[in-house]
Design a protein around this ligand. Structure first.
Ligand SMILES: C[S@@+](CC[C@H](N)C(=O)[O-])C[C@H]1O[C@@H](n2cnc3c(N)ncnc32)[C@H](O)[C@@H]1O
Length: 342
């Protein structure tokens, strides 16, 4: 039976959780090798990138951030010569790959053992591909050539953005701070909207649980939603003059005990044990309209986080369909779940 190898990106800390999820999913068909702190290779018997991506999206496999199908590995000795890496890449790119825009995404896993970096690699690959009739871009193309510098050499992969799970090198989404940014936490919601291609309603009311200082509330306002911001803590002064924001200075439990409003969207970034977060989300479901969207971060403790995530998702499924669950680039010790009220 044929085998294929796929490179998967994860966070360094949660590599064991990603490995566990993949082995649980594919059993005897799979072997996993760690190539760098935050990159692994999954060799799958009789499997495709599409099947793997579908499993990551729907099971879900939460600790895999990015995927590509391996087309070449250039060992460290040979990879010391950038020209040799470029030659290896050109030889590995399928001859029938349609000419036109091709995304080139280069990154480094851990300490770079080579004298060139990801920017040099991007430039050299792009120039060589241009000569072959491709127009090299950073994202937004039908195909992506990934080039990962790892402690053991350079790995080259080919895929498409949908099956890659993210159209950013290794899933490392870069978002810029603006003068309007309230908190770093707001990048988590911004990233979820981008990576999962979420469309929130352009009007209606959202409740933001654990809102302080108000980054997520700000993002919800930019989407056109009125917001109940629930948190015993303070909101950023810029939100206080906004008539579209109501601050309930209390805990989420008290809020649902006293306030009977109904919502189109529920978001929850509370710093709390994930099981308790899910309990609150089940209460919130009683106030969310059917089909309404929920976005929640589940804070991870130590130990078997893959099992903890599975158990939390099981809890949420009592009232929600899980649409996405993934550790995003801007998540630290947490994952982001997107769900829809039954
Ligand atoms: C990570 S911060 C939220 C950051 C926010 N999403 C932002 O973008 O600015 C976590 C918040 O959860 C709040 N929190 C913890 N337990 C809570 C509870 N039971 N009810 C409401 N908020 C709670 C904390 O007060 C804290 O402000």
């Amino acid at each position: 039976m044929p085998t294929s190898t796929f490179a998967f990106s994860t966070s360094e800390e949660y590599f064991p959780a990603a490995r566990r999820e993949l082995v649980d999913e594919f059993g005897q068909r799979a072997t996993v090798e760690r190539l760098g702190p935050d990159i692994g290779a999954l060799t799958l018997r009789d499997g495709s990138l599409q099947e793997l991506a579908e499993a990551c999206r729907t099971r879900p496999i939460a600790f895999v951030k990015h995927l590509t199908e391996e087309i070449a590995r250039i060992p460290l000795k040979e990879a010391a010569d950038l020209d040799a890496v470029v030659r290896g890449a050109l030889a590995a790119v399928p001859r029938d790959l349609p000419r036109g825009p091709l995304a080139v995404q280069a990154w480094v896993s851990g300490q770079n053992p080579l004298e060139f970096g990801s920017a040099d690699l991007f430039r050299a690959l792009s120039e060589a591909l241009e000569k072959q009739g491709f127009s090299a871009v950073r994202s937004g193309a039908a195909f992506v050539l990934s080039a990962f510098i790892t402690p053991s050499g350079v790995l080259l992969g080919l895929g498409n953005p949908a099956d890659g799970l993210s159209d950013w090198p290794g899933g490392r989404v870069r978002l810029a701070r603006s003068p309007r940014t309230i908190s770093r936490a707001e990048f988590k919601l911004e990233e979820a909207l981008k990576v999962f291609d979420l469309t929130l309603p352009r009007s209606g009311t959202a409740v933001d649980l654990g809102a302080s200082p108000g980054g997520w509330t700000r993002i919800l306002r930019t989407q056109g939603l009125k917001v109940w911001a629930v948190d015993p803590g303070d909101l950023d002064a810029r939100l206080l003059s906004d008539p579209g924001v109501q601050h309930a200075r209390t805990t989420a439990g008290n809020f649902f005990g006293t306030n009977k409003a109904r919502f189109d969207v529920v978001v929850n970034d509370m710093k709390m044990d994930p099981k308790l977060t899910c309990d609150i989300m089940l209460t919130a479901a009683g106030r969310l309209r059917p089909g309404g969207t929920a976005v929640v971060t589940l804070k991870l403790a130590h130990g078997n986080v893959a099992d903890a995530v599975r158990s939390c998702l099981g809890q949420l499924r009592r009232k929600y369909d899980i649409r996405h669950a993934r550790q995003l680039h801007h998540n630290r010790h947490e994952i982001t779940v997107v769900a829809e009220r039954h």
